[in-house]
Design a protein around this ligand. Sequence first.
Ligand code: GCW
Length: 654
Amino acid sequence: MGKTDWTQLWLTYHRVFEGNCTWETVLEGFAASDAVVSNALSEFKRGMDSIGCDSDSMTLKITKSDAVPAEGYSIKGDDNGILLEASDERGLLYGVFAILRQTACGKRAAEVNETASPSNPLRMMNHWDNMDGSIERGYSGESFFFENEEIVINDRTVDYARFMASIGINGVVINNVNVKGAASYLITDRYFDKLKELSEIFEGYGIKLYMSLNFASPIEIGGMDTCDPLDSNVISWWEKKIKEVYENLPGLGGFLVKADSEGRPGPFTYGRTQADGANMLADVIAPYGGIIIWRCFVYNCTQDWRDTKTDRARAGYDYFKDLDGAYHDNVILQIKNGPMDFQIREPVSPLLGGLTKTNQMLEVQAAQEYTGHQIDLCYLIPLFKEVLDFHTHCAPGKDTVADVVSGRTMGNRLGGMAAVINTGNDMNWTGDDLAAANTYGFGRLSFNTDLTAEEIAREWIRQTLNLPAKEEDILCSMLLRSREIYERYTSPLGIGWMVTPNGHYGPSVDGYEYSRWGTYHRADHLGIGVDRTDKGTGYAQQYYPENAKLYNDPHTCPEELLLFFHHIPYTWELKTGKTLIQHIYDSHFLGEEEARGLASDWDSIKDAVPEEIYTRVKERFDLQLDNAREWRDQVNSYFYRKSGIADEKGRTIY
Ligand code: GCW
């Protein structure tokens, strides 16, 4: 593979200004020899050489200033050039990317102006890459980190690090949370040399390397017969192991752990708590400054569908809330945005802000596992923003999820946001070229949670495609509408699922209805939905009283979540005056129609986008239309057959 074979995503650096100019760089207080500084300066040159300039000669002056917060920057242009102030190397790097972003978006040097510092201490990507090269829930080729159980390092690795740095990412977990086989050996000398090389490339871009860890390592690679976190031999094994790891990988950030979940081993096997497991590892890694990110995706995945008392939505809170305050300082609990699993619409997990004495991190999924596999267009930033803006009511005045995970609520040092990333080794990295807006958007949003979904969309479009204003408006509107369109033709009003089992693309209304996964819609001939009120599973009561009360009553429950919280008759009248069943029919007909609208909008900007991109995306829209049609007809037919109630508008239902 040559260096230019893959796309440069939003770092394409289109020509914006006619002229070229020479940039003189002046460094004050920073060392040009530092890897981050020198990478930043080459990026600046590379970008400016391509973007062009509106003047002959300019100066980029970079000054170290303790007045700027950690990892932050201040950039200000005038007719002679740009002044960049930062207090550390990462801030300098982000400042350079900010200048490039602004100029690529059309600002003259004199107009460059921004002061920013990250909203979140940790801004991470989680790769679900396996060492055989496959990617769990990957929709854009294979892994670019692993192939045949080896670590791959090439020019692409460096480009990946550039992309991540340009959007403010400062931590990357390279391997799948389901740690099996060869991946268990990432903490052995089989892989140290390559990992060190990788970690040094990352460090040059301000990124820390993290790995997912197998909790049963003492058994699987240590030959022991237990991994009980309170067993002194197990603890000594880990002490030796982590010492060895840090001797070889001094820059390692720490580990991400999926324990007691979906067949993964964990402390429960030994009658220990999640805190016992997390704290043991955290204590062992503390002397090296490492952290343990412990996932809260713990639930019973062998549920009997006949059992209506067990509620998967409750599980996270039930397992973790009682231990609030018991987790050590270098543990962060990583919590999925919703209590189920990355559905197109879910309430916000009550654990976020429900925990008040524990470091917390928000986990979202940029990979479109349940949102269209990077075939269907689904710009997820509006969803991520809804989660960040949600008022948990955990503390007056600083109770949003953004407040909680950033550390503002509790004054804690560790927290932030992580995304399950949507990249692979496809030449355009994300399969669907438009899905890169989610990769870009997650990074930007984690750096600045105040940005709007539209601002992010426009930045991404300008840098990636540099379209004329009219075409930019069309594409921006497509992105902004796409999530609700996807929602309309798939599962209604927060109920989720109804997807083809295992693969999770396309409809299968009862696909998970009689299974062990805890994901039921409970539809019968009279109604649909899960009673999660105080008369049902009691899930609604896991929220603070303000939200609990709102969700508990079907008259006050936000309608987009109605079926998540309530079992509702088909004849129930919604706020629009429509019955529930009519809403289901109407939204599915509308969603399918709007999907066709998206496809024709794309056709309408054909001439403004590179042909290759046009064609790749067009192929996906063709598939999306089949998918939307299938969803529409299966969901409508299913509920017509269950309810026996005809569509008021007499449209075709099968
Ligand atoms: O959504 C589910 C996925 C699994 C995944 C799991 C998790 C990595 O279907 O593929 O495993 O979530 O988040 O651990």
